[in-house]
Design a protein around this ligand. Structure first.
Ligand SMILES: Cc1ncc(COP(=O)(O)O)c(C=O)c1O
Length: 480
């Protein structure tokens, strides 16, 4: 890579910028009008995208077994090909048997293919140490996004002070604020505690709830664990406290658990809300209404494009459930290839099957590399003056705090930009690193952050961290 170079794929640069905008709040729209530098000489030869949680786009390889079965499902003539292992063929035959006309090109039941819902229920039971899961409570979805929006649609109603309020964490994953704005729901912000590894604090939940009761009807509490964009993993105690709070306040719990395999920090463990709810006893497990979400897009799979996912609902009133069925029927069914992929995620190769060894090797390689990159990111950022980074306990992101000199803040204001957007724009322009400004996720007034994914391959991530370090130093110097 030469030090000086022209960014040839200028069209792509524009796309990144626009995508970056699509991820951030509408308050940042002025950025859309910033001129990009098409064809200009740049001191880098490629733009490194560390802005989106899209593992395959960042070079992660698909799990062989998954793609073998999907290839067999898509083109069943391959079932005669001796290059495919027997367990892959057997899975493909089972999935095809369950499809209309034995084709993944057919519509499925709106709730999802029955035998796949059964496999999901078995997966949940195994994950949660035997706590029963009923396939009737499982709804397959088009990624987790579709299921999250569906539940919000189901729960949002009322007018004026009676309008549904939905509690979301700040910083938040923008799907939530966008869906709430679309549905005209009232967004209730509760702040995560940056000084304590972005933990969730019940006192803060109470503060946010009682303030919101003045102007809306709070009915839903959304939790993301492990967290996006903040990378924290909630303790079991914290989950219990949240469940107790939801029961006391009659809130519907939405547990977004799409990063359930992405836990890296020592002493941290993923606890599903469902498991904790049931372990708290019937007083809770028979009363608290909840939906939890999972996806094929994250963890070690990273298969975002297949749009696979599911939700499990608990304690839903039968009449509400009937409305939910109607709601999911409107979109006919989730993509069947995504459902097939989900089936493999919840029912992967077993130790006595031919694909097991390769599957485990590939899965472990992805998760170990992510764990190493999580450590590296925290370590390096915390050596940079003006950057403070919490441990990346889980998920795929870091959300470090940046100290910006007053002159940089003034300059951003002069340009009509939010200060951390100005910082990210300058970083993109000078170093070719694409991050998302913290303001796109929400942050405490007067603080500035960016979100960076830890998805670039390790060697590239090291380059990214080094470039951000150099940029931070000279940006601070320039505006001091
Ligand atoms: C916390 C969280 N929830 C949901 C989603 C949506 O994922 P998908 O719709 O691809 O399953 C994402 C994607 O990044 C996410 O980070």
């Amino acid at each position: 890579m030469s030090k000086e170079g022209t960014v040839k794929k200028t069209g792509k640069t524009v796309t990144f910028l626009l995508y970056l905008c699509s991820l951030v709040s509408s308050s940042l729209t002025p950025f859309l009008h910033v001129q990009t530098c098409l064809g200009a000489k740049k001191p880098f030869t490629e733009v490194i995208k560390a802005n989106i949680g899209d593992a395959h786009a960042m070079g992660q390889k698909p799990i062989t077994f998954f793609r073998q079965v999907l290839a067999l499902c898509s083109y069943p003539a391959l079932l005669e090909d001796s290059k495919f292992p027997e367990d892959a063929k057997q899975r493909a035959r089972r999935i095809l048997e369950a499809c209309g006309g034995h084709s993944i090109g057919a519509y499925s039941a709106s709730q999802g293919i029955e035998c796949i819902r059964q496999d999901v229920a078995r997966y949940i039971e195994k994950r949660d140490g035997g706590i029963p899961s009923n396939p009737d409570n499982i709804y397959l979805s088009t990624g987790a996004s579709d299921a999250i929006v569906t539940i919000l649609k189901l729960l949002v109603c009322g007018e004026g002070r009676d309008r549904t309020g939905v509690m979301i964490s700040i910083p938040q994953y923008p799907l939530y604020s966008a869906a709430l704005a679309d549905l005209g729901a009232v967004q209730i912000n509760y702040y995560l505690d940056e000084d304590n590894c972005w933990s969730l604090n019940i006192t803060e939940l109470r503060r946010a709830l009682s303030a919101a009761r003045e102007h809306c009807n709070p009915r839903v509490l959304c939790i993301i664990n492990p967290g996006n964009p903040t990378g924290q993993v909630q303790s079991r105690q914290c989950i219990e406290d949240v469940i107790r709070f939801a029961k006391e306040e009659h809130l519907f719990l939405m547990a977004d658990e799409v990063y359930q395999d992405n836990v890296y920090a020592e002493g941290c463990q993923f606890h599903s809300f469902k498991k904790v709810l049931f372990e708290m006893g019937p007083e809770y497990s028979n009363t608290v209404e909840m939906a939890s979400f999972h996806s094929t897009s994250k963890c070690y799979m990273g298969e975002c494009g297949f749009r696979g996912g599911y939700m499990e609902v608990i304690n839903l009133d039968p009449e509400v459930k009937a409305q939910l069925i109607k709601l999911v029927s409107v979109r006919l069914c989730p993509p069947v290839p995504g459902q097939a992929l989900l089936d493999l995620v919840v029912n992967p190769p077993q130790p006595d099957e031919p694909s097991y060894a390769t599957f485990m090797k590939e899965r472990t390689a992805v998760l170990s590399a992510l764990a190493e990159k999580a450590r590296l990111t925290e370590q390096i950022f915390n050596t940079v003056p003006g950057i403070t980074c919490n441990p990346v306990q889980g998920a795929m992101y870091t959300f470090p705090r940046i100290t910006l000199p007053q002159k940089a803040i003034d300059k951003a204001k002069e340009l009509g930009l939010v200060p951390d957007m100005f910082y990210c724009m300058r970083l993109l322009d000078e170093e070719g690193i694409c991050l998302v400004p913290g303001s796109g996720f929400g942050q405490r007034e007067g603080t500035y952050h960016f979100r960076m994914t830890i998805l670039p391959p390790t060697e590239k991530l090291k380059v990214v961290l080094q470039k951000i370090r150099e940029f931070q130093l000279h940006f601070t110097q320039e505006f001091s």
